[in-house]
Write a protein that binds this ligand. Structure first.
Ligand code: G6P
Length: 609
């Protein structure tokens, strides 16, 4: 997710906004740019790469201005190039825009504008938004009116900021879904995508509400709604130090990222589900390719492997498409049997994991079709796969992956539904399933409200010697990921297996003090799961069950019940059980005084074998 900065006031604005971008660097980015007025024109300087590249460009001549906006980009639409970096001009170069978020209807708008003769220099959705607002502005109205009218034509998530050559004394910003904060100074005002970029200048901060337009001048800040009605300005005083502010006030990045999941789920499907609940993944492969594929191999490591298991579950259950999941390290040395009609899917947050990259190169040498599901645009796996679908989860900083997992599973779900849609599979009610997927973010929000309960459980069981993670079907897959979280950050041994397999060995480890965390969201096997719970309890173990809100069976069996909102698509209920598991692992680790964001012996991106 991109970094946004803006300043108006007596200081050297170019220096201020550059400093703001530096304070947002921890979020990750791949290009950066700045815009400021020079002799009646808006100058835009931008470069792919690190901020030092932009600094060189700025340093080529003295830059002094009382007003500037700046942006660090984390690519979503179009690769990390100079052209795609922000700011973007409108068609007449009268305004320059920076943007965080995704404009879902940008392709339609682009077509419309192309037909009117507009020319685009980048592949971004942002440039389309710039042209839309520029078109309104050409009608001779004020900048805030043009932004207000322009954003009404945009669909999707945005925080966008505009500078105009003819109204040099103001910055106009608009917000819908993507974060934007305003800094209230004296004789100077600022804006940013995140609070740390404001703190050296002011501690009086306004969190701009959804569907609002703000105008910043040296005299003050005015906010209005999308119908032009003024809104009150309600600054809050921020006490956090800068390091805490980078984490959005959370104690650790991991907790911040856990809480970002509803937003990530929205971003992940943004632009991929249209108003008629049809999935738009047309850019992936042409439709006929999907009818040719007879087998899928999903190849990944760690959390991404666990996400792949969820993909297998769905591909086989929904599509009856045979699917195998491989650890990348095993695949590359395993002499795999590969059908020429198969598809190899590589799942990776970083897009740089050495084993996954090597497995990809092996598939390419065998001329197998390859598809990446990757978070980092411009990464090696994203570049080398025939096609890539991006998870759009924003930078993940904590070593233990959380939001990338939910995003990876969501993309695999979108993909499975897309294949069902293309193949018009009888018996698969795609529309109903998509409806459930669209509602997932809201249900994830409800799951986050379980945090106090998970803190209580963490306090009670933090000294457990061993924790089982069990379930059946999709719940068994999520159990693997829940176990991985607990061992990664709290260093507690875990034992994870499908619940039915327990009596073939792992049950020998159960004794008083041992905890068993069950995901139980599948109505069809509820009774079987309850039997497994009884087996644990009979040997002195304690059962924590995560169940859907309609379940009245399991509560009679478990020692502790955690309720999540159910979905008509049980697979999605299983996915959401990961949120209480993540919270449990996090709070156990915190109470045990563990490092959390950088657990011992582990790295975020494993680029060596
Ligand atoms: C490391 C990370 C894990 C991650 C795995 C795969 O082990 O600590 O969180 O799941 O690598 O990384 P990738 O970037 O390919 O998803």
């Amino acid at each position: 997710m991109c970094g946004i900065a803006g300043y108006i006031g007596p200081r050297n604005a170019v220096e201020v906004v550059f400093d703001q971008l530096k304070r947002l660097e921890y979020r990750g980015y791949d290009s950066a740019g700045v815009a400021f007025p020079v002799n009646g024109h808006i100058e835009v300087l931008k470069r792919a790469g690190k901020l030092t590249e932009l600094q060189k460009l700025i340093g080529e001549e003295p830059r002094d201005s009382r007003i500037a906006i700046a942006h660090s980009r984390w690519a979503t639409h179009g690769g990390p190039t100079n052209e795609n970096a922000h700011p973007h001009y409108d068609a007449y170069e009268r305004i320059a825009i920076i943007h965080n978020g995704i404009i879902e209807n940008y392709l339609e708008l682009r077509e419309e504008l192309l037909a009117k003769g507009h020319k685009f220099r980048s592949q971004t959705d942002t440039e389309v938004a710039a042209h839309v607002i520029g078109e309104e502005y050409a009608g001779g109205i004020s900048l805030e009116e043009a932004v207000r009218k322009g954003v009404k034509r945009l669909r999707g998530a945005y925080a966008l900021v505009v500078l105009s050559q003819s109204e040099e004394g103001k910055i106009v910003a608009a917000r819908n879904a993507s974060p934007l904060v305003l800094g209230v100074g004296s004789g100077e005002n600022l804006l940013a995508s995140d609070i740390p970029a404001l703190l050296p200048y002011t501690r009086e901060v306004v969190i701009l509400e959804e569907d609002s337009i703000a105008t910043l001048t040296t005299a003050g800040i005015q906010v209005m709604d999308l119908d032009g009605r003024p809104k009150p300005l309600e600054p809050i005083h921020i006490e956090w130090d800068i390091a805490a502010a980078e984490r959005g006030g959370y104690e650790h990045f991991m907790l911040k990222e856990i809480h970002e999941q509803p937003e990530v789920l929205r971003q992940c499907i943004a632009g991929r589900v249209d108003d008629k609940l049809e999935i738009r993944l047309d850019q992936v492969f042409s439709e006929h390719v999907w009818t040719e594929i007879d087998r899928v191999n999903i190849i990944a490591c760690g959390t991404a492997y666990n996400a792949g298991l969820m993909g297998k579950h769905l591909f086989e259950k929904l599509l009856r498409l045979p699917t195998d999941v491989y650890y990348s390290s095993e695949f590359r040395y395993g002499d795999p049997v590969l059908s020429p009609r198969s598809l190899a899917i590589f799942v990776s947050q970083s897009g740089e994991t050495a084993d996954t990259l090597a497995a990809l190169r092996l598939c390419k040498s065998r001329r197998i079709r390859t598809l990446g599901i990757v978070n980092v645009i411009g990464s090696s796996i994203a570049r080398e796969c025939d096609r890539t679908i991006f998870t759009q989860a924003g930078p993940e900083i904590s070593v233990a992956s959380t939001k990338a997992y939910t995003a990876q599973v969501t993309v695999l779900t979108l993909l499975a539904m897309y294949i069902a849609q293309v193949q018009e599979m009888p018996g698969v009610r795609v529309e109903e399933a998509v409806q459930e997927l669209v509602g997932l973010a809201e249900r994830a929000e409800v799951c986050l409200k379980l945090e106090d309960q998970m803190i209580g459980l963490a306090e009670k069981y933090k000294d457990m010697p061993l924790c089982f993670f069990l379930g059946r079907g999709a719940d068994a897959n999520v159990a693997l990921e829940g176990a991985l979280k607990l061992k990664e950050i709290a260093y507690i041994p875990t034992e994870e297996s499908p619940a039915g397999e327990m009596k073939h060995g792992p049950l020998a480890l159960v004794q008083p003090g041992v905890i068993a965390m069950f995901g139980s969201t599948d109505r069809e096997v509820r009774d079987k799961v309850v039997s497994s719970m009884k087996e644990i309890q009979a040997r002195g173990g304690t059962v924590i069950a995560i169940v859907t809100d309609d379940d009245t069976v399991t509560e009679k069996a478990a020692d502790e019940i955690v309720r999540i909102p159910g979905s008509k698509l049980e697979f999605l209920s299983a996915l959401l059980t990961i949120i209480p598991m993540q919270l449990f692992a996090y709070h156990v680790a915190r109470l045990r005084g563990c490092e959390i964001d950088q657990p011992r012996n582990l790295a975020k991106s494993v680029t060596v074998e």
